[in-house]
Design a protein around this ligand. Structure first.
Ligand code: CA
Ligand code: CA
Ligand code: CA
Ligand code: CA
Length: 249
């Protein structure tokens, strides 16, 4: 630091302790008063440290106080702020950084290139996960937190609140298992109740005209409109009435 002629000013220099990078300067701890003009040395600055230095002067010129203060010796080398994978500090461009020795990947770990290793939420089933849809907030047939299945058809547990009437796990949908792939009791052809995929089930299912076939489909009937037979009508009489209705429509 070079100070102007002392005839025009009386100089006082104050200096802080070295400033830690990113922190505010501490209070001034060193005060040097009545510094002579010219090149100032002996401030006790350490190369590589950062200080805050304040220069005060008392104007001794009768009309004006123009002066020039010259600061020299600064480093002009640009600093490199690029991230360093392996330094244990997560910076821009890095997903993680556990240090070079620990960036070895693995479940819930950090890869050598500072990207995440497999984890619950990466939309890939890995590790001991049962599922991973990337969201994992649960719900019927969805993946729950911790990457485990929430209630679903196929877990071997009958959850009636979700409409299941059976659940035989891997046996769901297997012929003769007694449980469908959607966790429902299979339709019984011949029980007199029409259940999907049946289109007809009158409990007789003998394939007679206007009745139901043995595989619970409609037997042949006349007309474009199928009529539901009231209980008080005989089948033969009702078929005649139905045919008449069909022809009218
Ligand atoms: Ca880093
Ligand atoms: Ca996963
Ligand atoms: Ca279930
Ligand atoms: Ca049936």
């Amino acid at each position: 630091m070079t100070l102007p002629d002392a005839n025009t000013a009386a100089w006082t220099i104050k200096k802080t302790s070295p400033v830690v990078t990113g922190a505010a300067a501490s209070a001034f701890v060193t005060t040097t008063t009545n510094v002579a003009s010219g090149n100032v040395t002996g401030l006790g600055l350490t190369a590589g440290s950062v200080y805050e230095v304040a220069v005060f002067h008392a104007d001794q010129h009768p009309r004006e106080s123009n002066y020039e203060l010259t600061l020299t010796g600064f480093s002009t080398t640009r600093t490199d702020c690029a991230p360093t994978c392996g330094d244990g500090i997560v910076t821009a461009g890095e997903e993680c950084d556990l240090g070079a020795a620990n960036n070895t990947g693995g479940y819930n770990g950090c890869n050598p290139d500072c990207t995440y290793g497999p984890f619950c939420g990466d939309s890939v089933v890995n590790g001991t996960e049962q599922c991973d849809d990337g969201v994992n907030i649960g719900g019927y047939s969805y993946c729950a937190p911790g990457c485990v299945w929430d209630a679903r058809c196929g877990d071997g547990i009958v959850q009636k609140q979700y409409g299941e009437t059976c659940d035989l796990g891997s046996q769901n949908g297997v012929t003769g298992s007694g449980c469908t792939a959607t966790c429902g009791i299979p339709a019984i052809c011949g029980d007199g109740v029409v259940e999907a995929p049946e289109t007809c089930d009158d409990g007789v299912n003998d394939g007679s005209y206007g009745g139901c076939t043995p595989d619970c489909q409609h037997a042949p009937y006349c007309g474009r409109t199928r009529c539901a037979r009231p209980e008080n009508e005989t089948r033969r009489r009702w078929i005649g009435i139905c045919d008449l209705i069909s022809m009218l429509f």
